[in-house]
Design a protein around this ligand. Structure first.
Ligand SMILES: Cc1cc2nc3c(=O)[nH]c(=O)nc-3n(C[C@H](O)[C@H](O)[C@H](O)COP(=O)(O)O)c2cc1C
Length: 238
């Protein structure tokens, strides 16, 4: 449910937009700002399958994103097959079970005092150890990854906008997602399992499903602290 707070006007007067506040919900929404403000990382999913036409609608929304020279250098693998999801979950689990840094990072998660931090890391650990609880695993790939540059920071810049569209469109349909880079820890096995050719590069692994949890407000730094007006450092109220 979306509520507009009373108009918050700063010294900058007309530059300040109305502030938006959202409440916890599991429902879809066709309100763009409610979707943006409540699309948070969902790491626990109901087992319910997601209709193919909904998946296609979400991925079509992804492809409405801009790309360098409109090259649309992307492809999206949808993995629903239970055996393949189980195989991916197994590869991920093996990669992390033998990883000392991971073991150390997650060893004391249950003792973290801050409840939101504790829940986040418990969710992240749960997802790492049981990835296939998500009924759908999406693997966006840069395809002919020359747009706008083959290497460096710009290499992925033509696909992450599409991924953001994907996550928002999923939110609109009442579906949760979380962007992960899990694919990096078992890319060789993943390529083999899904037949990904050399000219495609998996850039993320996104579990998707109906949330076993809530969409809702996210924790972000205040806008005044990240905006600079006309010159770096000019941050009234920041
Ligand atoms: C590039 C990138 C990589 C991420 N990798 C992971 C990941 O490996 N595992 C995970 O659980 N979440 C991952 N996330 C999700 C972030 O943890 C999440 O977006 C962030 O904590 C904000 O969460 P919120 O939107 O629920 O507030 C990643 C997000 C991004 C943008």
């Amino acid at each position: 449910m979306l509520r507009s707070l009373s108009k918050h006007l700063s010294d900058r007067g007309p530059h300040m937009a109305e502030r938006v506040q959202v409440e916890r919900s599991q429902d879809g929404t066709d309100n763009l700002f409610e979707a943006i403000y409540s699309q948070r990382a969902i790491r626990r999913f109901k087992p319910d399958p997601v209709p193919d036409e909904v998946l296609l609608a979400i991925l079509e929304a992804a492809t409405k994103a801009p790309s360098g020279s409109n090259t649309q250098a992307w492809a999206f693998l949808i993995v629903q097959d239970a055996e393949k999801r189980a195989a991916m979950a197994g590869f991920l689990r093996s990669a992390f079970e033998g990883d000392a840094e991971f073991q150390e990072r997650f060893a004391k998660v249950d003792e973290i005092e801050d409840p939101s931090q504790r829940r986040m890391l418990q969710g992240a650990r749960g997802l790492l150890l049981a990835l296939d609880k998500a009924p759908v695993l999406l693997v966006p790939c840069l395809h002919h990854a020359e747009s706008p540059a083959p290497q460096g920071l710009l290499a992925g810049s033509s696909i992450y906008g599409a991924i953001q569209n994907l996550q928002l469109a999923a939110r609109a349909h009442g579906l949760g997602t979380v962007l992960t880079t899990f694919q990096r820890s078992f890319e060789v096995e993943l390529r083999d399992l899904l037949g990904i050719p050399d000219e495609a590069r998996p850039v993320a692994l996104i579990p998707l499903g109906y949330p076993d949890g809530w969409f809702g407000p996210t924790n972000r730094n205040p806008i005044e602290s990240v905006v600079h007006w006309d010159a770096w450092g000019n941050q009234p109220g920041g």
